[in-house]
Design a binder for this molecule. Structure first.
Ligand code: PLP
Length: 406
């Protein structure tokens, strides 16, 4: 049958969507034999397979109809209660009590969906939104289709610079809708906001009437000392908090959560209904089943110990092999370390040479909204094992030396 040519007209917002640079890099690095410091993939050794196996069978046996039927958009009640009680307990232990009501917890399809829902309800075309420098690329991807004016706030080892924040908030119609911020073991830099900076940020945001979007997927993965209390616990009405099960249980289940003030919650819920009706009920029940006897309190310390040993291996290998003018930080939790090449070098240009030597990383430029620092690189220490870390760092150091002398 003859067909007539079809002309598709894309929405303006579609033109602003870009493939994730990281996903493109991952395609290269997934080649066999490449040691990858590029991906943000939790170690698959940490997935509690036996516990999920048992929970899966129990959920199907106890309530197959409930687990497999359409369900409430807010999420599975017992899971919302577990999230609320865990956050309340953690904040109390950190010295800033935050009484989280399960009615404020919205279960999402990963915290990535949380970012998408936040973007949909808070950003108009040309709205100003503030981000750290650098910031999580997936957040920029979630915000961009809403066509905001994204403004980077200068940041140091402890996070956003408060004076620069105040100068960039704007007024009237151009006043920023929110600041997106990652206080714990940030992706990409691995840095952590100090107690003093948190207190100052929350006070300044309250003074300016600036909402904070606090993204905390890594907060449980501390190595020696629990990080200071979340920003949201200090001003729950002024913040939206995003959490995730991806880094403490398994990313493949695609579950996370939002805690929001009540008025905002109802809008997020409507956006969620339009997006996917609800997150997978079966997965929510499995996670609730796995969590219900305090499993995370036993499981998370094993992830911390593993990641700490891998961070230590990476720090020791960097110290041993890197030219003396390469610098890096010492993350106190999470999955990433941030390194900087010597003056005049460019991480993007180094990458193909590193891949030729069998090692990959993400050039830091990918994480800047503007004014990228071309010398920076994000190195993940959680996916390869300790031997691979040593071999990979030696290969990276060799690539840097060759690239410099070329
Ligand atoms: C800072 C940050 N936020 C959100 C996400 C999304 O995580 P998920 O959707 O798996 O919960 C990630 C994933 O790596 C992340 O690094």
């Amino acid at each position: 049958m003859p067909t007539t040519p079809t002309h598709w007209t894309l929405a303006a917002r579609a033109a602003k969507m870009n493939p994730s640079v990281i996903r493109e890099i991952l395609k290269v690095t997934e080649k066999p034999g490449i040691i990858s410091f590029a991906g943000g993939l939790p170690s698959s050794k940490t997935f509690p397979v036996a516990e999920f196996d048992a929970a899966c069978a129990k959920v199907l046996r106890d309530d197959p109809a409930g687990a497999l039927q359409y369900a409430a958009s807010e999420g599975y009640g017992p899971l919302r209660e577990l999230v609320a009680s865990q956050l309340s307990a953690q904040s109390a232990a950190a010295g800033v009590p935050w009484d989280v009501d399960p009615a404020q917890v919205l279960i999402t399809t990963g915290s990535q969906q949380g970012l998408d829902l936040v973007a949909k309800i808070l950003i108009d075309a040309d709205s100003r939104v503030l981000v750290e420098t650098p910031t999580y690329l997936g957040a920029l991807q979630a915000f961009t289709p809403m066509e905001p004016e994204v403004v980077s706030v200068a940041s140091d080892d402890e996070g956003v610079d408060i004076a620069d924040l105040a100068s960039k908030v704007g007024t009237g119609a151009s006043k920023a809708r929110f600041l997106y911020v990652l206080p714990n073991f940030q992706n990409p830099t691995g840095r952590t906001m100090s107690e003093a900076r948190r207190a100052a940020l929350v006070a300044k945001a309250a003074e300016l009437g600036l909402p904070l979007i606090e993204d905390n997927p890594y907060g449980d993965l501390w190595f020696d000392k629990e990080p200071p209390a979340p920003l949201t616990s200090r001003n729950p009405e002024g913040c939206i908090y995003l959490g995730s099960f991806s880094k403490v249980l398994a990313p493949g289940l695609r579950l996370g959560f939002i805690v929001a003030p009540k008025d905002i919650y109802s809008k997020l819920l409507q956006a969620k209904q339009a997006a996917d009706l609800h997150s997978p009920g079966f997965n929510q029940r499995m996670i609730a089943e796995v969590m219900k006897d305090g499993f995370l309190d036993r499981h998370i310390p094993t992830i911390r110990a593993l990641y700490k040993s891998q961070r230590d291996a990476m720090l020791a290998a960097l110290q041993k092999d890197m030219p003396s003018d390469v610098t890096w930080n010492t993350p106190v939790g999470g999955m990433f370390l941030w390194a900087r090449l010597p003056e005049g070098m460019n991480a993007q240009e180094l990458l193909p040479k590193a891949v030729d030597k069998g090692v990959a990383f993400v050039p830091g430029a990918a994480f800047y909204n503007d004014h990228a620092d071309p010398r920076t690189m994000r190195l993940s220490f959680v996916t390869p094992n300790v031997d691979e870390i040593r071999t990979g760092v030696a290969a990276l150091a060799a690539a840097i030396r060759e690239h410099r002398s070329a």
